[in-house]
Design a binder for this molecule. Structure first.
Ligand code: ZN
Length: 374
């Protein structure tokens, strides 16, 4: 049988440049109307019993070339378990070598979270007692911006993910957090639902997700640079969510992401905003330290450089929410590589670990929820 590669499906991304038997030269396609690319997701058929060589020839020009050294692609036969593939990066080319034992295999930058899975998640949660559902509006491709609410407490908590659609771990995190939050028997969840109202946007960028983008929406806009002045033409996703936030207020918020280069889980805060208060900074630090104590997958040593006083970029959601609402807001970053403090040679950083981290973040919030009233 002749091996074949395709990417014509939800969140697919690859172009086949040439094929020589079981060796493919491939190229990642840029986001629509943008230069960003790094996300790939494709299917390989017809190679059982043979070893294929899959060469992504434009890896060096991707958005984050530092993401490739020590990175390993994910592969799956059943689209449930995504294991690390033999991957190397040299001379600007990312090469995946794989001994195929079946005729249908899938390869991706990280365990995908398709829009079909997104709809399954929203449908399964929206029907639960005590959960509210609303579409906040439509994207430029006409998809709904799904929004869920849980709980009836005073503290207004916002959890939102996938402004950058290629960071699929972010929606796995949301799935873990929602699973815990809607568990009728979990005592932590019961307290959280009593003390707080959770506003959840599982996917801020459905268009980029379905199109197989790394970082932007249908018109090539990076949504996490739009929060100071979102528009219906460029960034209706941000406009709809920020308008709803203006109605509810925001006390605590987590914006969930993945980082290509840094092999750790970490938080970025809002230190550079003009109106920074001691209380805000103290609560942020307390959440970070509480999470670090609770989860061995989280740490606070490695991460982005802290921005100096007044230097915050208010087009980014974490800074905008901290400035606009006085919120304790944060950007949570999970790795595409692995957490080097606790590596897993079979799976690396994974969907499952992202989900556990979502559960643990709620545990940390529970532990300090009384501090917000003080
Ligand atoms: Zn991101």
């Amino acid at each position: 049988m002749t091996a074949h590669i395709s990417a014509a499906f939800d969140s697919g991304n690859i172009r086949v440049l040439s094929q020589d038997g079981d060796r493919f030269d491939l190229e990642i396609i840029t986001d629509q109307r943008s230069d960003f690319y790094q996300w790939f997701h494709f299917r390989l058929t017809g190679a059982a019993g043979r070893t294929v060589e899959l060469r992504i020839t434009n890896a060096a020009g991707s958005a984050y070339p530092d993401g490739w050294p020590d990175y390993r692609a994910r592969w799956s036969a059943d689209r449930e378990d995504w294991r690390l593939a033999e991957t190397s990066f040299a001379d600007g080319i990312l090469t995946i070598r794989h001994a195929c034992d079946v005729d249908s295999l899938w390869f991706a930058y990280f365990a995908p979270y398709s829009m079909e899975r997104h709809h399954d998640l929203v449908a399964s949660v929206a029907m639960l007692p005590g959960v509210g559902y609303r579409s906040l509006g439509q994207t430029l491709d006409g998809q709904d911006i799904d929004y869920l609410t849980v709980g009836e407490g005073k503290l207004q908590v916002w959890l939102y993910a996938r402004q950058h659609p290629g960071e699929s771990m972010a929606e796995w995190w949301i799935e873990g957090a929602i699973g815990r939050l809607t568990d009728p028997f979990d005592p932590v969840a019961r307290v959280l639902r009593r003390e707080a109202t959770f506003h959840i946007v599982p996917n801020m960028n459905p268009d980029g997700s379905r199109r197989g983008h790394l970082r932007t929406n249908a018109v090539g806009v990076n949504l996490n640079r739009e929060w100071h002045e979102p528009t219906a033409e460029r960034s209706p996703e941000v406009l709809a969510v920020r308008n709803r936030m203006d109605e509810t207020g925001v006390d605590f918020a987590i914006d969930v992401h993945g980082d290509e280069a840094i092999p750790y889980v970490f938080l970025a805060g809002f230190e550079g905003i003009p109106s920074l208060t001691e209380r805000q900074a103290a609560l942020f630090n307390r959440f970070r330290d509480t999470l670090a104590r609770r989860s061995p997958d989280f740490q606070s040593k490695h991460g982005y450089a802290v921005v100096g006083s007044g230097g915050a970029n208010l087009s980014m959601s974490t800074n905008q929410l901290a400035e606009r609402f006085g919120a304790v807001s944060m950007t949570l970053e999970m790795p595409f590589k692995d957490n080097d403090d606790l590596p897993d040679p079979e799976f690396g950083w994974s969907a499952e670990r992202s989900m556990r981290l979502g559960e643990d973040c709620l545990g940390a919030l529970h532990e300090m929820i009384g501090d917000f009233a003080a």
